[in-house]
Design a protein. Structure first.
Ligand SMILES: [Zn+2]
Length: 59
């Protein structure tokens, strides 16, 4: 559904995802404009990218 939410490209897999939403494709929780490590994600962004590249689940 398209509404007035802001969307960002997931930093892990590139899927368009609502800001602060969990990516439907890879399960990364977007944290806004910075997508820094920590926040709601147990993995760091680097770990998440590696897991995605290996086809492993992101936590
Ligand atoms: Zn993603």
């Amino acid at each position: 559904m398209i509404n007035d939410e802001e969307y960002v490209h997931c930093p892990v897999c590139g899927t368009l995802t609502a800001v602060y939403d969990i990516c439907d494709h890879c399960n990364w929780q977007n944290t806004g404009e910075t997508n820094i490590d920590g926040g709601p994600n147990k993995m760091t962004l680097v770990e998440a990218k590696q897991a995605y590249a290996m086809g492993e689940p992101i936590k």
